[in-house]
Design a protein around this ligand. Structure first.
Ligand code: FE
Length: 164
C-alpha cells in the first residue's frame, strides 16, 4: 500500500527509506566486489567502504528512531539496477585488471547515486529543522564523496593504464 505524499516531510522520509534500502543492498554487494577485484588497493577500498556503509545504515536507523518510525518497507530500484550492472561485470569473462576498471566505473555510479540522494536528504533535513539528522547525513555524504575520489585515484594511478 502506498501512502499519500502531502508535504516535504513525507518526501524526506520516503527518500531516506530509499537510501536505507540502497545502503543495505550495498552492504551485500561490496564483499562480492572486493572478492572480484584483483588490485589490492581496490580490494582494500571496497572492504573499507563496507565498514563505512554499515555505519550509513545505522545512521538512517538513528534518524528514524528519532522520528519514532522505522526505515523499512521500501526497495530502492535505482540501486538494484546498479548492482545488476556490478554483477554483469563480475560474471564477464574478462582480463582481471579489465574487470577492476569495470568495477571502479560502476562503483563510481553507485557513489554518485548516493551523493545525489544524500545531498537532497541533507538539504530537506535542514529545511525541516532536523539539525541532528542533517549533520548525520552530511557525514555520510562526505564519506561517499571521499570514496568516489579514492576510486578515481585508484583508476588513474594504475588500473586504467594496466587495463589499456
Ligand atoms: Fe557508498
Amino acid at each position: 500500500m502506498s501512502s499519500k505524499m502531502e508535504n516535504l516531510e513525507d518526501l524526506y522520509e520516503d527518500l531516506l527509506k530509499d537510501l536505507y534500502s540502497a545502503e543495505k543492498q550495498e552492504v551485500k554487494a561490496l564483499p562480492k566486489m572486493a572478492e572480484g577485484a584483483v588490485s589490492p588497493d581496490l580490494q582494500k577500498a571496497f572492504e573499507e567502504h563496507l565498514k563505512q556503509t554499515t555505519h550509513h545504515v545505522e545512521r538512517i536507523e538513528d534518524i528514524f528512531a528519532g522520528l519514532g518510525e522505522t526505515p523499512r518497507g521500501k526497495m530502492c530500484v535505482g540501486m538494484e539496477g546498479l548492482i545488476e550492472e556490478e554483477n554483469e561485470i563480475l560474471q564477464e569473462d574478462a582480463e582481471p585488471i579489465v574487470t577492476d576498471a569495470g568495477l571502479i566505473a560502476v562503483a563510481q555510479k553507485v557513489e554518485h547515486y548516493e551523493i545525489a540522494s544524500y545531498g537532497t536528504a541533507r538539504a530537506w533535513a535542514e529545511k525541516l529543522g532536523y539539525d541532528d539528522a542533517a549533520h548525520l547525513l552530511q557525514e555520510t555524504l562526505d564519506e561517499e564523496t571521499m570514496e568516489n575520489e579514492k576510486l578515481t585515484q585508484i583508476a588513474e594511478s594504475h588500473v586504467n593504464m594496466e587495463a589499456r
